[in-house]
Write a protein that binds this ligand. Structure first.
Ligand SMILES: *Cc1c(COP(=O)(O)O)cnc(C)c1O
Length: 366
């Protein structure tokens, strides 16, 4: 009698998926497949036999296998997180309201407002308020989720919100960039679609822009998968093979990077909560992103970011290096975000070095 093998843990999957088949002399990594075209297949009707680089690429396939294994679905790589989000939004039912977080990632918010301007009803919600989210889902067509939200770090009760929205027949899409598939797997909770800015934790080294959409592995996901594949091939927001290869290489260390960054973030959140210049720490209790509000003005907060020597004052997140930024410096940022809020993407450096630098910057007076 044979029993099904134990599923591999995420820490193992990040190392083992998306590899070439083991055979004598086979390389351990897939190549960067730089080819715009492929020798013709005898039968042009065979699915996947288009033989053109806008439709298929072996480096993409390896990356998609890895992300699909981690999220528990079928993945498609896109040129950026926003390309992935734009593709996922084409899956919305033709009518019906879209329920969305009141402070989504700001460019995603801009795209959702484009839909609103084109006539789609959008119901903006506080994702922390499960009852309000589910009330907004009544009679709506789709739910867009981010948890934690950027940069207010609002956390949704994903199991309840996803199950409730699904029970009401909504299409549920979750931007899982902040959590990574190591800390949340929305598809397992019943979500239909997960998107990532792979630019962030998945690639993890601030050297590529890349995005990925993942759909359910069952027949429910077949139609969205086919639609997304057709969208990518037709609209052409395709990923470069080199970027894809770098992101796959980044995934190999995802587990150790996230583990270390999360440990650093937990320690910094604890210390920041007792800091005299800090009025509020927004930290969900997990993950490697946090936000602090400081006493004083927007200029004071800018000065803190600019005074850091180790933390880099820069946008983006999820890389090995720690980044700090005052989000309201961008005109597009929501007014719900406090002027003195500093968003911290905690990296994998030594936590004492990170603390000393941050503490000195916070204490520095003009
Ligand atoms: C960065 C980011 C995006 C956009 O991804 P790009 O790769 O920059 O296009 C979308 N959602 C979240 C949560 C992000 O942090």
């Amino acid at each position: 009698m044979s029993s099904a093998p134990e599923p591999l843990a995420p820490a193992t999957l990040v190392v083992t998926t998306g590899r070439p088949p083991r055979a004598p002399g086979a390389p351990v990594n897939v190549p960067v497949e730089l080819s715009s075209t492929y020798a013709a297949q005898p039968d042009p009707q065979v699915t996947g036999a288009l033989g053109y680089g806008r439709a298929e690429n072996a480096t993409w396939t390896a990356f998609e296998e890895a992300v699909g294994a981690l999220e528990g679905g079928r993945a498609l790589v896109f040129a950026s997180g926003m390309a992935a989000i734009s593709a996922a939004l084409t899956l919305l039912p033709p009518t019906g309201a879209l329920v969305a977080p009141r402070t989504p990632y700001n460019t995603a918010g801009a795209v959702i407002r484009e839909l609103e301007a084109a006539g789609r009803e959008v119901r903006w919600v506080d994702v922390q308020d499960t009852d309000a989210v589910l009330a907004a889902c009544e009679g709506a067509g789709a739910l867009w989720l981010e948890s934690p939200t950027n940069p207010l770090m609002e956390v949704a009760d994903l199991p309840r919100v996803v199950a409730g929205a699904r029970a009401l027949g909504l299409l549920v899409c979750a931007d899982n960039t902040f959590a990574t598939p190591l800390l949340a797997r929305p598809l397992e909770l019943g979500a239909d679609v997960v998107v990532h800015s792979a630019t962030k934790y998945l690639a993890g080294h601030s050297d590529v822009l890349l995005g990925v959409v993942v759909v359910r592995p069952d027949e429910t996901g077949d139609r969205p998968y086919a639609a997304l594949l057709a969208h990518r091939t037709r609209h052409g927001a395709i990923a470069g093979p080199m970027e894809t290869w770098l992101a796959l290489r980044g995934i190999r260390t995802l587990h150790v990077r996230v583990e270390r960054a999360c440990a650093n973030a937990a320690e910094l959140a604890r210390r920041l909560a007792g800091h005299p210049r800090v009025t509020r720490v927004r930290y969900p209790g997990w993950g490697a992103m946090l936000a602090v509000e400081i006493g004083g003005s927007a200029e004071d907060a800018e000065r803190v970011a600019a005074s850091c020597r180790l933390w880099l004052g820069a946008t983006s997140l999820g890389g090995v290096e720690s980044l700090i930024e005052r989000r309201r410096r961008y005109p597009g940022e929501s007014e719900l975000v406090p002027e003195t809020l500093l968003r911290l993407s905690v990296g994998i450096e030594d936590v004492e070095d990170l603390w000393r630098d941050l503490d000195a910057a916070l204490r520095k007076r003009a």
